[in-house]
Design a protein around this ligand. Structure first.
Ligand code: PMP
Length: 358
């Protein structure tokens, strides 16, 4: 070990870093592995005062998101993507070495990575067969786990399975966690099924937190802009932990344009087109005899179980099509997740799928 590595904390030496989309992308040309939008949205920059620090929480961005989401301004925090929001929630509410977060895998990887980085344990309570949370097992864990569970992360639609948490399951969890821990619902993909948002439950449960992003339906993964919707006390606490100037001025300008009436109309058009394309793609995929299972259709990706998932992933990679391979993950043997890209990108995927024999 080099002398520099020796200087790092034991915890950091043990960490496995997040494998970002660009890092695993490799040599492809058709990137369908990170649930990004196929085309960049375009924006105009006004002249800006780059000599000045921006506001920590640019009021025009908060105001625009309040109008869009129907949530009051004092209940909104803006951050560098929803990934930062996940990290802030862990660091604000979990005592390192004493507390834990609860997740139900398979789910989004950043919850446990954020916990690891903060020295906080992750407790995994596997979901039921339909990937809904196992409410009784969660209750049992919250009541009896040796480390205090402080934050429960529920991803809805879940990445990678695509299912949305049932309202009654979430309400049961919210009922027995009141005063004990936060329940965070990650709605990164909610614009693809807006009627399934849990924002409506926020008025009854002050420990329900919702995270959102401009990275997916708004096609703005490159600007890093996400939101936390929560009780004012939660927001005030997170503001004690957030870095001083997370939202750069150009980011704020683009976010405001994306959240304008015009920006939202464009987003909705893009979402409608993508859903149509996803449904056509799924229809074709179901016809392939080596496809064993198509998971839930609620977002801009679809998880598929093949007879030989690893073989299919490699056959696509050989042609420069980068998908996301889940074949080593518990309960996802032979599963590959496909992001819904442009018409041309999906046609290319289908033509490779048609050429494969399994
Ligand atoms: N939540 C989920 C479920 C995701 O899939 C992602 C993107 N990979 C994020 C949050 C993070 O999104 P961002 O930081 O770009 O807002």
């Amino acid at each position: 070990m080099s002398s520099i590595t020796e200087l790092a904390t034991e915890r950091v030496k043990q960490l496995t870093p997040y494998l970002s989309a660009r890092r695993i992308g490799g040599k492809g040309h058709n990137f369908l592995n990170a649930n990004e939008a196929p085309k960049s949205a375009t924006f105009l920059m006004k002249s800006i005062t780059l000599n000045r620090y921006p506001e920590c929480q640019p009021p025009e961005v908060i105001e625009a998101y309040a109008d869009y989401s129907g949530v009051a301004e004092e209940n909104i925090l803006v951050s560098r993507g929803s990934d930062e929001s996940i990290g802030l929630l862990v660091r604000t509410f979990c005592e390192p070495g004493r507390d834990a977060i609860l997740i139900s895998t398979p789910t989004y990887g950043m919850y446990s990575i954020s916990a690891d980085t903060a020295g906080v344990k992750t407790v995994d309570v596997p979901p039921a067969d339909d990937f809904q949370p196992d409410v009784e097992a969660i209750r049992n864990t919250v009541e009896n786990n040796p480390e205090k569970i402080k934050v429960i992360f529920i991803c809805s639609p879940n990445n990678p399975t695509g299912n949305v948490v049932d309202d009654d399951k979430l309400v049961q969890i919210l009922d027995f966690t009141r005063g004990r821990c936060l329940v965070v619902v990650d709605e990164a993909y909610i614009e693809f099924c807006p009627e399934k948002s849990k924002v409506k439950l926020m008025k009854d449960y002050d420990h329900l937190v919702i995270t959102r992003t401009l990275s997916k339906a708004f096609a703005l993964a490159g600007i890093r802009c996400g939101f936390t919707l929560a009780d004012q006390e939660v927001i005030k606490l997170m503001l004690k932990v957030i870095d001083p100037y997370p939202i750069a001025d150009p980011v704020a300008q683009i976010a405001v344009q994306a959240l304008s009436t015009h920006g939202i109309a464009i987003m909705k058009e893009r979402v409608a087109e993508l859903i149509e394309r996803r449904d056509r793609f799924v229809e074709e995929v179901r016809k392939l005899d080596y496809v064993q299972e198509v998971f839930y259709e609620n977002a801009n990706y679809i998880l598929i179980r093949f007879r030989d998932g690893e073989g299919l992933f490699k056959a696509c990679a050989d042609k420069g099509i980068i998908l996301r391979d889940f074949h080593t993950k518990t309960r996802l043997q032979n599963c590959v997740r496909v992001t819904i890209g442009s018409e041309e990108e999906m046609n290319e995927v289908l033509s490779v799928f048609h050429s494969i024999k399994q």
